[in-house]
Design a protein around this ligand. Structure first.
Ligand code: NAP
Ligand code: ZN
Length: 349
């Protein structure tokens, strides 16, 4: 066992506070990582505040983890002490169901083990990346090929990167496709960068007029302020695919009508309250679809990291000390993140 400093939510209503946790003793297939940086995902906030009604307390969030390997079990072959390594949203799955066999551990039929908040379907609580160190089985540890100087900006790829990459790949976004990305937050800004790198024509939909220039800088060919009906009407029936990253309930119909015939809007945002039910006529008259997508499998996460390394893609971040986390959450709720908070774990020492 190793003792580690961490930050935890102790109940849904209080600020996160310093907290000490224990990490398990290194097993033969385990890798121990000194956490250098951890991204702050909106899911951390949903969980800390029990917005999905499934939080186990104390809760140590954080599933965008990068750091350095400090110990490896005797059977570990892909990592050695000193390597850079990453951990995303999962630390285990059954390994034996059809989804796991397909490399889609996030859809494990027995429920994957989240990096924090334990197995999805109950059981032991796991503690995430707002901490000094973590022990994870080798098969759930990712290799990092970016330059070490980019490391803080790599952390958000472990959730925001894969959650946008996976649906963009699944729905075959690429040259000749016109793609809408909705919401320019942590996920959305990765969606813009990745869809652009895949060769698609990218239209960003934002509620924040102040983000228009950034949207273009990040790789959007066009930016539409979605609160302006006149701007929205220009895109009616224009898009092949929409990736919707918004973290709050909103009117889906206004976006669905932007799809071409046979177009799909995939929801990755996971608001605490439901969206208003969409109008079925907007779907059936154009054979449009609404879909959902959950993070991505381990193999695909490695593919995404390598794709981003090859294309020079990292996250645009604001590096914060651990002690700033509660302020960071408040700013995230105001859509005031440019475009991911990343915690410098050295500030926990
Ligand atoms: P974030 O950084 O807070 O970004 C969300 C963005 O949504 C905001 O920046 C804002 O962009 C837009 N937005 C916020 N409130 C809105 C409203 N009322 N109406 C319209 N747009 C609004 O959050 P994130 O970390 O990217 O996460 C986004 C969501 O994805 C969260 O619910 C999170 O839990 C979920 N998530 C899902 C998965 C998955 O596997 N499916 C994985 C990770 C996260 P603009 O200012 O541009 O409008
Ligand atoms: Zn996340």
């Amino acid at each position: 066992m190793t003792k580690a400093k961490a930050y935890a939510a102790l109940d849904p209503h209080s600020a996160l506070v310093p907290f000490e946790i224990e990490r398990r003793a290194l097993g033969p297939t385990d890798v121990q990582i000194q956490i250098l940086y951890c991204g702050v995902c909106h899911s951390d906030l949903h969980t800390a505040r029990n917005e999905w009604n499934n939080t186990l307390y104390p809760s140590v969030p954080g599933h965008e983890i990068v750091g350095r390997v400090v110990a490896v079990g005797e059977q570990v072959s892909r990592f050695k002490v000193g390597d850079l390594a990453g951990v995303g949203c999962m630390v285990d799955s059954c390994g034996d169901c059809p989804s796991c066999h397909d490399g889609d551990e996030q859809y494990c039929e027995h429920g994957f083990t989240g990096t924090y908040n334990g197995p999805v379907f109950g059981g032991e609580n796991t503690y995430g990346g707002y901490s000094q160190t973590i022990v994870v089985k080798e098969s759930f540890v990712l290799r990092i090929r970016h330059a070490e100087t980019d490391l803080a900006g790599v952390a958000p790829l472990l959730c925001a990167g894969i959650t946008t990459y996976s649906p963009l790949r699944h729905w075959q976004v690429g040259p000749g496709k016109k793609v809408g990305i909705v919401g320019l937050g942590g996920l959305g800004h990765m969606g813009v960068k990745i869809a652009h790198a895949m060769g698609a024509q990218v239209v960003l939909f934002t509620t924040s007029a102040s983000k228009v220039e950034d949207g273009k800088r990040l790789g959007a060919d066009e930016v539409c302020v979605s609160t302006d009906p006149e701007q929205m009407s220009r895109y009616t029936g224009q898009l092949d695919f929409i990736l919707n990253t918004v973290a709050a309930p909103h009117n889906l119909d206004a976006l669905l009508q932007l799809l071409k015939r046979d177009g799909t809007m995939t929801l990755v945002g996971a608001p605490a309250e439901r969206h208003p039910s969409p109008d079925v006529f907007g779907l059936i008259f154009k054979r449009r679809s609404i879909a959902g997508s959950l993070i991505g499998g381990i193999r695909e996460t490695q593919e995404m990291l390598d794709f981003c390394a090859e294309h020079g893609i990292t996250s645009d971040i604001e590096l914060i000390p651990m002690q700033y986390i509660n302020t960071a959450y408040e700013r995230m709720l105001k859509s005031d993140v440019r475009y991911r908070f990343v915690i410098d774990m050295a500030t926990l020492n």
